[in-house]
Structure formats: structure tokens, C-alpha cells
Ligand binder design. Sequence first.
Ligand code: ZN
Length: 140
Amino acid sequence: MDYREVEGGREFVARLDHGRDWREQIEAFAADEGIDAAFFFGLGAVQDAEIYFYDQQEQEYYPVAFDEPFEVAACVGNISHLEGEPFAHTHAVLSREDGSTVAGHLNRATTFAGELYVREFDTHLERAHDETTDLDLWPL
Ligand code: ZN
């Protein structure tokens, strides 16, 4: 396990905009505030969702799209840089009226309503290609 000690930076609470993409507005916020590294938690509701599933054998992401409303029962993610741009690595558990869930790596979702807590760190995290997994990971 590679690691780095980090100092805590600013903290934010945010209300996500109705009708905008969940992840894109987190990335726009990070760019506006100059956030280079952070973790966040969120909750709320979305009108649709696209989850990416990473096939570990094929080392490819496969999208699964859902055109239905969900509660965002839990959303956790982090912000770092990918190819020089803020990237919000976002995972979510989304629930339906009957309580069933879909979950995973959230690529895209139209926000109905959302609330976010963001904890910045005073460091710069830039993702780099990892040979073993073929993913863009943190070189710590
Ligand atoms: Zn992921």
C-alpha cells in the first residue's frame, strides 16, 4: 500500500443544481475553487443514471444506463486531477421506490436534488496509468 500524509484544507457544503449532471457539477466546483485533492460525501435524488462496471479480466469499463428516478442513498468520492483536469471519482448506491438498489461507479446522472460535503486536502493528486490494473490511479 502506498500512502502520503496530507494536511486538511478547506471544508465545503454544497447544494447541487436541479437538472445538471451530478458529477460534472462537482468537477466544475473543484475547478472554480482550485481544489487539487478532496474527498466528498453526498446524498439526494437523480432522474437517471449511468453506472460504469469495470471488467477486471478485460480491463474495460462497461456502461449500464438506467432511465428512471432514484434516491441517492449514499454517494462517496474523491477529487484529483486526470490529464490536468479535475476528476470526481464518484461511487453511489441508488435506490428505487421498492427499496431495491443499483450501485457502482457513477459516470453520469441528472440531478433532481443533491447535498454535498467536501473535505479538501493541501496536496496535489494527479492520476497516472497503472500497468497492473490498466486504471488511472494515484502515484503516492
Ligand atoms: Zn470507480
